[in-house]
Write a protein that binds this ligand. Structure first.
Ligand code: GLU
Length: 480
């Protein structure tokens, strides 16, 4: 039988990095084995679920390249299936209707705690007669459905990461499977769906491990085949607290908008909990598909390290195809108004050259834009410190002469411009930096950046001459 896994987000928020990692692990296992990756939307909480979150989750998954083979299925459209199984359990006397009100349950819990008993439901509605039920319903009470659970013995969860995890059944009680409003509880909908969808491996967050004994009780009561489980470790912030907003970006969307690449986030998230067994850190998606294994997922919490993710992003910025980086960078330039909304092929070609020049000096697409603004606008000032240092009256003269030289360079390439500059320095008897530093400042407004002659070639002759003479004028004005 082929492997079937699922990712089952609730559309009550954006896709968190933890959720993205769960989705990734499922996807890797499916792609590796030629199995199926199913997307299910756990949207039974109608109040907290929204279309907007749903769309944001789907967009984030697509951006990460996590394509699914089936779905999305929506729990909100599967009420009939849950109702059928709940009725079956009732008919087989494996479940019963409970009429206790929330405040009664709270009182029962308090009394149990006082008496030193575990605060579990005491099963008082198990043996209601039909007359009892009719009386309670006539009084306006809406029942919930509870599963009959034996609290004797133990339940062993077979977990592919943790081995057998043993739970004493004392922690269980007759838990609710259908709420008083008729909606299935999480554990129930999850088991019915996982079973009917033929899920063979349930790979999910560690926070659900404690639900698994209840889910196993449901598989057994319903007579469904049990899947394998794998509970992936928690993700903690560097201070070992739960990763949250106050530690910075937590959703895939935010990383995308901050200029991270899906390749980097995928690589980073895979190594957050999984290890290849070597010191390697750069493992692209197609390699991960070959090498990933649940057995090598750690039991320990994973510590989120933004510095490492950013470092990886810098790596992928230079190694991914320039064409792709350019198209990913385009919206960032458009947002700053540096490139038009419908760029011509010529504009895109120019952008490609610019991105090619700056990408090995930065870590994110936002930084690509920062490093490249002067290619698109003249609206900037010279760096003050640099101007004080390099824009001397001697420099004004040198820049004027350099401009004259560049005017005659044919064709106007980086190599030819460099040769002309070196020759000019020699003729004038000055060291090359004396010529190069003010030129860089004149062309870019900055003292640092990519290779000077590469910049010239991309800017083009006209722009270079214009900026050289603008700087010469600026220097003369400043001297007056
Ligand atoms: N909707 C649940 C969640 O997002 C799914 C848990 C599961 O994978 O069983 O936590």
């Amino acid at each position: 039988m082929s492997l079937r896994v699922r990712f089952a987000p609730s559309p009550t928020g954006n896709l968190h990095v933890g959720g993205a990692r769960t989705a990734l692990f499922n996807w890797l296992v499916a792609r590796q084995s030629g199995g199926q990756f199913i997307l299910r939307i756990d949207d039974t909480d109608r109040e907290r679920s929204s279309q907007e979150f749903l769309e944001s989750i789907l967009a984030a998954m697509k951006w990460l390249g996590l394509d699914w083979d089936e779905g999305p299925y929506f729990q909100s459209q599967r009420a009939e299936l849950y109702r059928r199984d709940a009725e079956r359990l009732l008919a087989e006397d494996k479940a019963y209707l409970c009429y206790c009100l929330p405040e009664e349950l709270a009182r029962q819990r308090e009394a149990a705690l006082k008496a030193g008993r575990p605060a579990v439901y005491d099963g008082r509605c198990r043996d209601l007669t039909r007359q009892d039920r009719e009386r309670l319903e006539a009084g306006g009470r809406q029942p919930v459905v509870r599963l009959k659970v034996s609290r004797a013995g133990e339940t062993v969860v077979r977990d592919l990461i943790r081995g057998g995890v043993v739970f004493n059944n004392e922690v269980l009680d007759d838990f609710i499977i259908v709420k008083s409003n008729g909606m299935p509880a999480y554990n129930f909908a999850c088991v019915v769906d996982d079973a009917l969808m033929g899920i063979t491996h349930v790979i999910r967050a560690e926070e659900h491990l404690s639900n698994t004994p209840r889910q196993l009780a449901l598989y057994r009561a319903l007579g469904y085949a049990e899947p394998y489980f794998a509970h992936v470790p928690m993700i903690l912030a560097p201070d070992r607290s739960k990763l949250s907003k106050r530690h910075g970006a937590t959703s895939v969307e935010e990383y995308r908008d901050q200029g991270y690449l899906p390749q980097a986030l995928t690589n980073y998230l895979a190594l957050l909990g999984w290890s290849p067994g070597t010191e390697e850190e750069i493992i692209p998606q197609e390699e991960l598909v070959k090498r990933f294994s649940l057995e090598r997922v750690s039991l320990n919490p994973s510590i989120y390290d933004l510095g490492k993710l950013t470092w990886m992003n810098g790596h992928y910025l230079v190694t991914v195809d320039l064409e792709e980086i350019t198209s990913r960078a385009l919206p960032f330039f458009q947002r700053q108004g540096l490139v038009s909304q419908n760029p011509s092929p010529k504009e895109v070609d120019y952008l490609r050259q610019v991105v090619g020049l700056v990408r090995d000096r930065v870590k994110t697409l936002v930084e690509v834009v920062d490093a490249a603004t002067y290619f698109f606008t003249d609206d900037w000032d010279y760096e003050e410190k640099g101007a004080g240092k390099y824009f001397t009256s001697e420099a004004a003269e040198l820049l004027a002469q350099a401009g004259e030289r560049l005017a005659g360079v044919e064709p106007f390439t980086a190599e030819a411009a460099e040769a002309a500059y070196r020759q000019l320095a020699e003729e004038l008897g000055v060291k090359t930096p004396v010529l190069f530093h003010p030129t860089r400042l004149a062309l870019t407004g900055r003292t640092m950046g990519p290779g000077l002659f590469g910049i010239m070639a991309v800017l083009g002759r006209e722009k270079c001459l214009e900026r050289l003479s603008r700087a010469a004028v600026w220097i003369r004005n400043a001297a007056e």
